[in-house]
Design a protein around this ligand. Sequence first.
Ligand SMILES: CC(C)(COP(=O)(O)OP(=O)(O)OC[C@H]1O[C@@H](n2cnc3c(N)ncnc32)[C@H](O)[C@@H]1OP(=O)(O)O)[C@@H](O)C(=O)NCCC(=O)NCCS
Length: 158
Amino acid sequence: MSFREITEADRDWVRNIVTRHFASQRVVSRGKLYDAQALPGFILERNGSAAGLYQYHATDRELQLVVVAAVQAGHGIGRQLLEHALSFARSRLCQRVWLVTTNDNTQAIGFYRHIGWHQYAVHLDAVTTARSIKPEIPLTDGAGVAIRDEVEFEFLLD
Ligand SMILES: CC(C)(COP(=O)(O)OP(=O)(O)OC[C@H]1O[C@@H](n2cnc3c(N)ncnc32)[C@H](O)[C@@H]1OP(=O)(O)O)[C@@H](O)C(=O)NCCC(=O)NCCS
């Protein structure tokens, strides 16, 4: 298992995995639009192939994880991705690592809680705003749950 930075050669793979999980390669978080093709990040390789990635937006002392995705859930990839992200954030002297997911994504919410991240806020109706920027966000998920709120998680570093 190893991590490497995303390069131009990975862009097709990044487009595919991000589109699968985020409905397009455009990602809206806290009212800001990000293009996954342009975001820096890291790929986790296992047995010679890409098993997951995270992409970030860095600001002064904070690292926002805009995209976190495992090719296959439930194989320890997500935990490895976030441990690497915390180490990377420490190396940049960040004090806070944070991300948002949506209220319907109970899989991700359970995962972040389980690995010890703090649920910092629920931004009610934030997805309604996001949808005005990114109309391809569906109104409901596959189970019919309204996709409406952004749930923000954080991990504070010493
Ligand atoms: C969310 C996601 C990144 C989690 O990654 P994963 O590889 O499935 O998670 P892991 O296998 O590393 O799980 C790590 C631990 O969390 C636990 N866990 C995972 N999902 C859980 C859940 N919903 N509830 C409780 N615990 C959970 C696992 O059991 C495991 O526990 P352990 O290490 O103590 O045995 C992954 O499912 C994914 O890519 N989902 C699609 C994209 C997405 O929604 N991204 C997040 C939005 S930004």
